[in-house]
Ligand binder design. Structure first.
Ligand SMILES: [Mg+2]
Length: 311
């Protein structure tokens, strides 16, 4: 008998996906930040995500922040394809002893973030279970055929990341701002050739783009933006390791065609978004990620981001 721990998250998903039915109007099946289905002049973007006590938040977490995180994760996946958020359903699993006020405060947190991005929460389900779980299913849309996928990166494209990376566990994982505005802007102006949100760590999530695009990448070590939280982390890992491997940054990682690089950087600066940093470029050979230090030494990057069941 094989356990999920032995298979790991990716192989488990691959096996299950092979069992599932599809339809001709499905543009993107399992394997991107969202599923993309065709609906006339728009494509709908479908995503779902669970936050579970003990896994995604601790029992003493601020209730409003739990709600913020549950909705924020779904919005971040919509952002990663450049989508406009529309509707969400929420399934709540909770023990009967849960204080009603705690659940109301969770909902105040999720309502606040939802309304910021005009996401209507239109229903869901409430069921009994041993620990608190929030399962969010969200729908967004893009004009037909315009979702930014993981598969569009080409050799020579510049690689960018928004914000700063690492150390999210120290607080940002509960308070992050999903990059909805930035993602839509990157799609509308057709800057991004490929995009993903950083949920499992830069190393793992860049590898998702590389695999789906059949390319490789070189990263300039000293350009990777490291957060203050990663620099003061008490763990054994270096700040750079935190920036490469920590999960739940929820920043956008995207690629821009080399010939549009300067125009893009100027436009980004004029748009008044948060900082975004060029950290490397896409290469032809699909050989994973090479990390290049200031002396030009090249080190293949181990793939050690977060993977459910094995981590
Ligand atoms: Mg994602």
């Amino acid at each position: 008998m094989t356990t999920l721990r032995q298979l790991g998250e990716r192989e488990t998903i691959r096996r299950l996906a092979a069992l599932l039915p599809t339809r001709p109007d499905v543009r993107m099946h399992i394997g991107d930040d969202v599923a993309v289905v065709s609906a006339g002049e728009y494509d709908f973007l479908l995503t779902s995500d669970a936050v579970i006590e003990g896994t995604h938040f601790l029992a003493d977490a601020v209730p409003e922040q739990i709600g913020h995180k549950a909705i924020g994760r779904a919005l971040s996946d919509l952002a990663a394809t450049g989508g406009e958020p529309l509707w969400a359903l929420i399934d709540v699993v909770a023990p009967p002893e849960l204080e009603a006020e705690r659940l109301e405060r969770i909902y105040q947190g999720l309502a606040k973030l939802s309304s910021t991005y005009s996401l209507a929460v239109v229903g869901g389900d409430l069921a009994q279970g041993p620990v608190l779980e929030l399962h969010v299913f969200a729908v967004g849309r893009v004009p037909a055929g315009q979702a930014v996928l993981r598969s569009g990166a080409k050799a020579g494209d510049a690689i960018y990341v928004t914000g700063q990376l690492g150390g999210s566990i120290q607080g940002k994982h509960l308070t992050f701002e999903p990059r909805v505005k930035e993602g839509q802007w990157l799609r509308q102006n057709q800057w991004a050739t490929a995009m993903i949100d950083l949920s499992d760590g830069l190393a793992t999530d860049l590898n998702h783009i590389l695999e789906m695009s059949c390319v490789g990448a070189e990263l300039a070590m000293e350009t990777i933006p490291i957060s203050d939280a990663a620099k003061i982390s008490p763990s054994q890992q270096t700040p750079l390791e935190h920036a490469l491997y920590d999960g739940e940054d929820f920043e956008l990682l995207f690629t821009v065609a080399d010939e549009r690089r300067l125009a893009f950087e100027e436009a980004w600066a004029q748009a008044n978004f948060l900082p975004c940093t060029r950290i490397g470029h896409i290469t032809q050979e699909p050989r994973g990620i090479l990390l290049i230090d200031a002396e030009g030494r090249r080190t293949p990057l181990a793939r050690d981001g977060f993977e459910h069941f094995t981590s």
